[in-house]
Design a protein around this ligand. Structure first.
Ligand SMILES: Nc1ncnc2c1ncn2[C@@H]1O[C@H](COP(=O)(O)OP(=O)(O)O)[C@@H](O)[C@H]1O
Ligand SMILES: [Mg+2]
Length: 234
């Protein structure tokens, strides 16, 4: 579905992504792991066309480089960015509705709103609450919900668990898994390797802007050397 071949990107003279080759199949949950500064966010930004990149970047065989940046969402790629980027002074409901701003299919939008509430029941209770008054975990739920309101075929999640209390984190990972089970493909950047290996189908490990390791989550989780050197696990 999504295919990257030899993808490169830089900030000025500093190269941030170096010849990245990566694939996401329909309905797959793929994790991008790696330490701070490895290039995970840059990779997701390159895919959603928030930054310029070179090399092959295709969705269903069609080059995303030929698509206007603002049309990427219309193709079904929804990006839930690092730091959430919500509208903190607006209500939960308004933030969710903004995720659907390009859509004209009112009935389907209402259905997706219900789906978000089924996934995160607390958001239905907090519908009228101002987002800045929610906990970090609840705000992350709004961010994921907003991305779902764009009706993604491919959901890009940037560190959905960062800075979130353990219990909510588990809830969020379970929700991500169930989003995948509804057929949405997911590419998720994550620093919590342990949790990501639990829910992902396949994994890429980034290091200094290139792919250092890749494999199924099962293969990587069972490889002691990879666990120790690349994932910081015992
Ligand atoms: N806006 C930016 N301008 C310049 N350099 C950046 C910018 N964003 C990220 N970088 C650099 O690019 C590299 C990759 O960063 P990033 O993709 O944010 O990594 P990660 O998400 O894995 O922590 C880092 O060296 C970082 O300092
Ligand atoms: Mg990042």
């Amino acid at each position: 579905m999504l295919k990257l071949n030899q993808l490169c990107a830089s900030y000025g003279k500093a190269q941030a992504l170096e010849n990245i080759s990566l694939e996401v199949m329909p309905g797959e949950l793929v994790a991008v792991l790696g330490p701070n500064g490895a290039g995970k966010s840059t990779l997701l930004k390159a895919i959603s066309r928030a930054i310029v990149s070179q090399g092959t970047l295709t969705l269903d065989g069609r080059s995303l480089h030929d698509v206007a940046t603002e049309s990427v969402v219309g193709l079904g790629i929804c990006h839930c960015p690092e730091g959430r980027r919500l509208f903190p002074e607006l209500t939960v409901l308004k933030n969710l509705q903004l995720g659907a701003y390009l859509r004209k299919d009112k009935a389907a939008v209402a259905k997706d709103m219900q789906r978000v509430f089924d996934l995160f029941p607390i958001l239905s209770e907090r519908c009228g609450q101002i987002v800045s008054t929610l906990s970090g975990g609840q705000q992350q739920m709004v961010a994921i919900g907003r991305a779902l309101m764009g009706a993604p075929r491919l959901l890009l999640l940037d560190e959905p668990s960062v800075g979130i209390a353990h219990r909510l984190k588990m809830e969020i990972f379970a929700a991500i898994r169930s989003i995948r089970d509804t057929g949405v493909a997911i590419l998720m950047a994550e620093q919590d390797a342990q949790s990501a290996l639990h829910i992902a189908d396949r994994v890429y490990v980034l290091e200094h802007g290139h792919v250092a390791q890749e494999g199924t989550a099962k293969e990587l989780a069972q490889d002691d050397r990879i666990r120790r050197i690349y994932l910081g696990l015992n």
